[in-house]
Design a protein around this ligand. Structure first.
Ligand code: NAD
Ligand code: TDX
Length: 344
């Protein structure tokens, strides 16, 4: 089987590429990535010389390029991770989210219709369901929860999901969608909460907590997400949506304090900053369908995954220091300092 994995130089895509290349040496894995600010080929050092792996640089929204690629490679399976993925960036500049997340997806779908495919899998997010109130801990997102988005990012992801389902129904394309909760683990770009805390705390820098820090996220280790997608590709039913999550809900403040404690850094580093516009209160996945229909169960809990992740960041300082010393610094200046969220 030939897999076309898009966005495989990003956080989750790269973890998935490494997992697939090692687990299925008989399969061919093509990694297609535009190498935006979030794409980093250093992340793929462990697989770049493997015979069943190939990297191609390109934009999923470039129609001519995508059709040429399909003509040449004729992939059996497409797994679409490629996206603009950061909510704060979507609030600053929504348009690139429409281009990559919506038009990039429809471009891939059109190529799948033209060239035929055994499976198109869309990597989506629990953010398409909007948020849950803090005072209703009994509520969870199921696959039939209505889409009700808050940010330009989640709106672009929900739009893409609707196109994926429409191509399934209208053109008979064999599609599946997974909607996962917040991921953490090795190779996550340090603009996202957990690697941001680790990298800044190790440098004794302030940790910006939006609003009161009581917002809740449902954390899943990236390894468990990769296993879940592999299971959906092999055993999932066409036309179905699968929610992925492991019941690891934590407030942001709990996450920050847990990481600071593990690093032996003081809570005085915590700095409360202006809240994110439209900030979702709580995400919480009901993973019953994955568990009962596919037999998926996460390996990590938050309590085992966080120490593993911290250890990885400690052992791979070069990886994130290269990022922190580059464009990332400008980003922090633009998003936090220039906006008056923090004084530096
Ligand atoms: P990321 O930002 O780390 O990586 C995205 C990758 O896509 C980068 O390598 C980037 O270069 C590439 N890319 C961006 N635009 C592209 C384009 N036009 N053409 C080709 N490549 C392009 O993102 P991530 O956190 O790894 O997320 C991967 C996917 O999983 C996304 O679709 C995201 O919506 C979804 N998701 C993420 C999380 C999370 O917690 N990070 C949770 C659920 C779902
Ligand atoms: O500096 C920060 N301070 C802070 O309090 C940052 C970066 C975040 N936060 C808060 C905002 C959120 O409530 O922490 C929480 C997590 O923030 P992010 O890491 O930006 O993730 P989130 O907005 O929840 O979205 C993530 O999960 C779902 C991914 O970025 C998405 O791609 C995915 O779809």
């Amino acid at each position: 089987m030939k897999f076309l994995v898009t966005g495989g130089a990003g956080f989750i895509g790269a973890n998935f590429v490494e997992y697939m290349v090692n687990k299925y040496p008989e399969d061919e894995i093509i990694n297609l990535d535009a190498l935006t600010y979030a794409g980093n080929l250093e992340t793929l050092k462990n697989v770049e010389d493997k015979p069943n792996y190939k990297f191609i640089k390109g934009d999923i929204a470039d129609r001519e390029f995508i059709f040429d690629l399909f003509e040449k490679e004729k992939p059996d399976v497409v797994v679409n991770f490629a996206a603009e993925s950061h909510v704060d960036r979507s609030i600053e500049d929504p348009e690139i989210f429409v281009k990559t997340n919506v038009m990039g997806t429809t471009t891939l779908l059109d190529a799948c219709v033209k060239y035929g495919i055994k499976r198109y899998h869309q990597v989506s997010t629990d953010e398409v369901y909007g948020d849950l109130p803090l005072d209703r801990p009994d509520l969870f997102f199921t696959e039939s929860t209505p889409l009700h988005t808050s940010s330009p990012y989640s709106s672009s992801k929900a739009s893409a999901d609707l196109f994926v389902m429409a191509y399934g129904r209208t053109y008979g394309l064999p599609v599946t969608i997974s909607r996962c909760s917040n991921n953490y683990g090795p190779y996550q770009f340090p603009e996202k909460l957990i690697p941001l805390i680790i990298s800044r705390a190790l440098n004794d820098e302030t940790i910006p907590v939006y609003g009161t820090g009581e917002n809740v996220r449902d954390w899943l280790h990236v390894y468990d997400h990769c296993v879940a997608i592999d299971m959906i590709l092999r055993q999932g039913k066409e036309g179905e949506v699968y929610n992925i999550g492991g019941h690891n809900e934590r407030t942001n403040l709990e996450v920050v304090k847990t990481v600071l404690r593990a690093l032996n850094k003081p809570e005085s580093l915590i700095t409360y900053v202006t809240d994110r516009k439209g900030h979702d209160m709580r995400y919480a996945i009901d993973p019953t369908k994955m568990e009962t229909e596919l037999g998926w169960k996460p390996v990590y809990t938050f309590d085992t995954g966080i120490p593993q992740t911290i250890e990885w960041y400690l052992n791979n300082k070069d990886w994130w220091e290269n990022i922190v010393s580059g464009e990332y610094q400008n980003y922090f200046q633009k998003m936090y300092v220039d906006k008056g969220r923090v004084e530096e």
